[in-house]
Structure formats: structure tokens, C-alpha cells
Write a protein that binds this ligand. Structure first.
Ligand SMILES: [Zn+2]
Length: 256
């Protein structure tokens, strides 16, 4: 999970949100089931914007959503808790079916799961290899990992595959002579940790630790080639300091 930035609300939602909300609240008041009420928040334009802001990844587990792993629109605050947020732009996010199923209607105002749009997951979570755990004494980190199942087998396997593919490249960069080829390799590795990359939190944490001993000379040959979003890990590596800052624009499916 990485911090994300909410994209601009689609015009179709801005124009229709109040009407759609009243339609939903009226139907609920009339005793209709959710399955009987039009899911206006699934409007194609809305869903597309939600997917793009999340780089096509689940906002919780960072799995790329594909034909094999369906996406859905998540209500961060479940509509069973607050129906008035049914088409609230800030309450919608892109999620995979599995995270959706794990979260269901979980909500505790005193212990909410981490909202990647409103806070930095790194304040609550740590990434060790393929494993995700909570920072010491972070109840919110703990409940987030538990409710979403962030260490389910599927995710552990996928994250391990990502790291296994990067390991030989990290080894290689250490022995490469200074020059454009090494700079390009460093840039590639930084891109693997960028916000749009799958399991970016896992990869950036891994590279932060593995590249910490890369010769500082790389800073002058490689870092000028990098854009702002991926410089931080390399600079910090050279300084033997803590890890990358990754931010992104964001998110899709009806979780909750
Ligand atoms: Zn997910």
C-alpha cells in the first residue's frame, strides 16, 4: 500500500452526485435492497477515473487489476454505515475483488483501516521482503493487515516473484563500471519502485536496503537522469539513510 492522490472528480459525477445520492437514499428509505438500486457510482467515466488515479492497481494490496484479477469500486466508508456517501468522490477507490471480499463492511470509527488517499501507509506499515507488518504499537496498521489479508498466500507469492526478478539486477549494478549503462540500470531499478509499479511499497523498501551500499559516485552519473519521483530512493541510498518517498495519483470496484 502506498500513499495516493485523489484525481479530479469527473464532471459527470459533479453534475449528478446530488441527484444520484437522493435517489439512493430514497430507495433505501422505501425499503429497497442495495441490489435493487442502480449503482450510479459504476458509471464508466467514474470507474475509469478511479482506475487511472490508482495506476490500475488495487489501492490496498497494489495488485495490478486485470482480466485474471477483477477490479471493483470500493466505498472506503461502507454505504451500510453512511449511505449518504454512496457517490461521494472522496469515498470511492479502486480495489481488487479479494481485498473487497476481505474488507466487506468492516468499519470502526475508532480503528479504521488505513486510507491511502488521506494518510501515508508508511506511518503504520513496514515492508520486509514479501511480508507486510504493522509498525510497533500501530493498532491501525495491525487491523489493516488483518482485515485486508495483506499477507495472504497469493500476495506473498507475487511479491516474492517481484523481488526475485530484481535480485540479479541489483547484484549486477554493484559490479558495473561507472557510466551510462550503470546509470540506466539504476534508473530502471528506481522505476521498478515508482508508484505505478506493482507492489511498489515492497519493491521500494527492498531497494532502499539493497542499494544502500552502491558507490556514491553513482549519484553523479545516475541521479541527474532521474525524475523527481524516483530520485529519493537513490539519494537516500547513497546517504545510507531511510527509504523512498513514493506518492501517486490514484484508484476501482464496489468493496465494502
Ligand atoms: Zn487488493
Amino acid at each position: 500500500m502506498i500513499r495516493l492522490q485523489k484525481a479530479q472528480e469527473p464532471a459527470v459525477l459533479t453534475s449528478n452526485a446530488e441527484t444520484w445520492k437522493q435517489e439512493y437514499l430514497g430507495a433505501i428509505a422505501a425499503g429497497k435492497k442495495r441490489s435493487e438500486i442502480p449503482a450510479r457510482y459504476r458509471h464508466a467515466t467514474v470507474k475509469s477515473a478511479i482506475a487511472v488515479e490508482a495506476f490500475g492497481k488495487c489501492i490496498y494490496c497494489e495488485s495490478k487489476i486485470s482480466h485474471a484479477l477483477f477490479g471493483d469500486i470500493e466505498h472506503i466508508v461502507p454505504v451500510s454505515i453512511d449511505p449518504s456517501l454512496v457517490v461521494d468522490w472522496t469515498n470511492l477507490g479502486y480495489v481488487c475483488q479479494l481485498c473487497n471480499n476481505h474488507k466487506r463492511d468492516y468499519w470502526d470509527v475508532n480503528l479504521p483501516i488505513i486510507n491511502p488517499f488521506g494518510e501515508d501507509p508508511k506511518d503504520h506499515l513496514r515492508f520486509y521482503g514479501p511480508w507486510v507488518t504493522h509498525k510497533a504499537a500501530s493498532d491501525r496498521g495491525q487491523i489493516t493487515v488483518r482485515v485486508l489479508g495483506l499477507n495472504r498466500t497469493y500476495l506473498l507469492e507475487r511479491r516474492k516473484e517481484r523481488l526475485d526478478r530484481l535480485t540479479p539486477l541489483v547484484d549486477q549494478v554493484f559490479s558495473m563500471p561507472e557510466g551510462p549503462a550503470k546509470a540506466a540500470m539504476m534508473k530502471f531499478l528506481m522505476e521498478e519502485a515508482s508508484a505505478s509499479a506493482e507492489y511498489a511499497a515492497t519493491v521500494s523498501s527492498y531497494l532502499e536496503h539493497q542499494l544502500v551500499d552502491v558507490p556514491v559516485a553513482d549519484e553523479t552519473t545516475a541521479i541527474r537522469e532521474l525524475d523527481g519521483s524516483v530520485q529519493a530512493p537513490l539519494q537516500r541510498s547513497a546517504e545510507s539513510a531511510p527509504g523512498p518517498e513514493i506518492s501517486a495519483n490514484t484508484s476501482n470496484t464496489d468493496a465494502e
